[in-house]
Ligand binder design. Sequence first.
Ligand SMILES: C[S@@+](CC[C@H](N)C(=O)[O-])C[C@H]1O[C@@H](n2cnc3c(N)ncnc32)[C@H](O)[C@@H]1O
Length: 374
Amino acid sequence: MYSVLSYGRMACDGVRIDAYARAIAQTVRPGSVVIDLGSGTGTMAMLALRAGAKRVYAVDLDPAVWLARDIAQENGYADQLVVHHGSSLELNLPEPADVVIADLRGSFPLFQQHLAVLRDARTRLLKPDGLLVPKKDRLFVAFAEADACRLNLEPGWTSLERHGFYAQSARQATLNASYTDRDAPIRANHLVSDAKVWGEIVYGESFERSMSATVDLTFTRSGTADVLTLWFEATLHEGIVFSNAPGHQLVYDRVVLPLLAPVRVAAGDRARVTLRADVEGNQWAWETTIGSGARVRQATFLGLPASPESLVRQSLTATPRRSLRGDRAARLLPLLDGERTVEELVNVAAAAEPERNREELVEEVKTLVRHYGR
Ligand SMILES: C[S@@+](CC[C@H](N)C(=O)[O-])C[C@H]1O[C@@H](n2cnc3c(N)ncnc32)[C@H](O)[C@@H]1O
């Protein structure tokens, strides 16, 4: 859940909002039906209403979406804004939309269910000839000199080494993880190579479980390659483009993938990079060959301390048993039948586990209802 302040900060990103405003002005026609998917406090919804939309459905998982209703009211649009507090994946509307507007990117386009949600919206909620804003994102990669990033990672092992311990495993773990540059933004003058596109997302269409590409990069100046940095260029509608390339400070962050060791490079040196990422941006693998050096393979998988049991549990051949939490949910889920009150559900839970604290049970049942009730 975001705070109202963080929605305000998102709306303060002038580059992003101006681009969306232009795309909305070009795609929303007087009389259009629009979905503001992931509406937050309704900035895009308001822009669509001003562009002449007949009706805007403001949809968000976050209760902040109720503020969109109040803001619409303040601006004289109360009758045209319909709020849906919940997931678009569970939304059915009485009419298909002419335009779906969304920015579910998080700090980078590969984020949670972003791609799946937009594909679902395109398939179920949008007219066949309807428009999705954004249209596509191109993903870029380059090498950067980023001492600050490396220094930020060092406490992960130097804390132990200072006391005379070896800490190679901690070093490996911190260098096999993905980061963002929020604390130490990468600027244009930190780049030491050219940048290449390594992926493209076409919204409403792309939905591979993972993305993978190999690109050849050329170093543009002498310096040190410390990290790979990744950013995107969004095309919201024909000719309406913005980017969070180094040098542009938008609300998004850049992804940072550290190299195992800094590498001295000279202008004209070449490198080959293979990148793989899962569609939700949780898992990354990066292979780098710089100049005539050896190929170095890194992956977030190598940075995640995991027990053998948990790895087995995640495999397709695992035969899991229900946990205690699963038993509790299984007991209550069939009783969400639209007839029993939450209090009655709490009574069922209390009868099954009389030793448990009632307040804790109330919270547990409310969470279950929030997730699986309607
Ligand atoms: C980055 S915020 C964007 C807020 C606002 N539209 C803006 O651009 O300033 C993304 C919002 O999408 C919402 N969201 C993500 N997936 C969703 C889904 N499947 N259904 C409804 N809302 C969703 C989140 O709760 C969050 O409020």
